[in-house]
Design a binder for this molecule. Sequence first.
Ligand SMILES: C[S@@+](CC[C@H](N)C(=O)[O-])C[C@H]1O[C@@H](n2cnc3c(N)ncnc32)[C@H](O)[C@@H]1O
Length: 599
Amino acid sequence: MNKGRKHRRGGRNRHKGKAGGGGEAAEEPEAEVEEGAGGPTVEETAAAAAEAVDAASNAAQVAASAGVSLQQSQPARTETKPKAKAPSTKTADRLTDDPGVTEGLMLPEERAFVVKNSDIMGRYLVAARDLEPGEVIICEEPLVVGPSQAFKPFCLGCYQRIEDDGRPAFRCERCGWPLCGRACRGAGAAGGHSAAECSAWAAAGLRGRGPPAPLAYQAVMALRCLLLRDARPDAWRRLSQMESHNEIRRKLPELWRHNQAVVVERIREDWKMADRFTEDEIHTVCGILEVNSFEVGQHGTRALFPTAFLLAHDCVPNTSHSDDTDDFSLTVRAAHAIKRGQPITLSYAYTLQGTLKRREHLRESKFFDCACARCADATELGTQVSALKCPKCPRGFLLSSAPLDAHAPWRCGGAAACGFVLDAHSVRLLVDRINEELETVDANDVRALEAFLKKYRNVLHSHHYLALSAKHSLAQLYGKAQGYTIHELSDELLARKRDICRELVRVFDVLEPGLTRLRGICLYELHAPLLILATRGFEARAIAPKELAARLQEVVACLEEAARILALEPDTSTEGIMGQAAADALLRMRDWHRAVDAL
Ligand SMILES: C[S@@+](CC[C@H](N)C(=O)[O-])C[C@H]1O[C@@H](n2cnc3c(N)ncnc32)[C@H](O)[C@@H]1O
């Protein structure tokens, strides 16, 4: 304990040297409680504060570096058309009559789920008992792993990037495919460049040819699936049970032609496997991949899993999932309490997008029309993430008059409504144009992002998903970007970071509720400005110890929730590392909070 206090004093000095903006505002306040009188001194609390602030600074760095991986493990994307009318998870369901689906996965009494079947959704999972927040529902290894759709040259063994100038450093001695090196840990492994794949290409005479065309990588995953038939019949049997939506996809000429040229002909003609795999078999595997695969890892890889593919979609999912970066195993957990009999869901779409975009993505890549509670509500459960400001009146907002119909007009509604109507086509054009503009903004440019928000403040609701997207970047940049490190931020900019984080957390509470990565990371981001503002206020004697204690309580609450959420992530993932940092910061904060409370 004593050792800890000494250490904190050291931290204080470090902080003093760095204090930005206010310069000497970091002067230590005079002691108001006698040292040794039973409670901590103000000096000690200030020293503890300094260390906690330093930790917050590091925290901001960790948090900032984690942002990019937020969308991992969303099922992969593609294109196409609707199936039937969507979810209604309330239909008269029946237990699946196909025991092969879950056979051998877990003892029935241990299982958190049962498989049901509905006319609308096909098979889906339902909680077999009440599930606790954070409870593991599925933990499994992939049936097959491989590259996602478009790709630059990378090692088929371990998936790291390799030279892309057409002269890779190393080629597999047997089949000639570029790999990272002779000692690649994925060479010969089932989840990497397997013996079956190597033999197939060796037999096709690939070795004598030049480097594979970039498009060739798009056929690798389909080939890996097809090779399971002989190499791992059990895995092939599970994969064959997955939905391919062939009947819908066949009617989509662009998609079908693309797969024919890039995958079917590559495998049958270029790789000389026409006698092994029919065109139909290959198209079916393409469909299975489009509908069921998850993005995994950090290098553009995807995977099929034996059970997780059965999870139905909901735009407000009740699970969160993460994959292990080493072996790509997937863990699906309850994000919050799930009652026995409730469907277990995940989101196939990016939750921070508006209904028009999400439904378009689901229709084109998963071949169904979502009609979940969020999609059916123009306000998106009160979050207003699609709302536009009315151009005709000062306080109204435009919302779709019928959100399940993409062509329905948008109307200025609510108490302050003027009734102005805009057709759906114009809304789409407007939002697409603003989206394009946002995409041209450098994601690391604080000023440009702020300018974007200012420019559209009279067009987009402050919670519109495009505004939230810019704010999401800003939440990470404030505290990390050059010229905006946490100690450099003025009180005003710290307050800006705090307000943005609070706004994001409020939206995530509705759209990604419970133990979800987005919430965890954002709460972690939020603790830093809260802490530093409180510290500065205290050091400047602008706030009294009582108020400081109240503010620190909020910091502790943020860290507790962030640590709880991020502890569920794999230890070596960026989020897992952030979770550990949150737990460490929490220990320091609790000390300090107790000290301040005792003043
Ligand atoms: C990954 S699969 C899920 C398993 C699938 N139900 C089965 O029986 O193989 C995705 C497909 O399930 C159906 N699906 C999933 N969630 C749905 C939802 N909320 N509404 C309608 N269909 C859904 C769609 O056909 C979608 O293409």
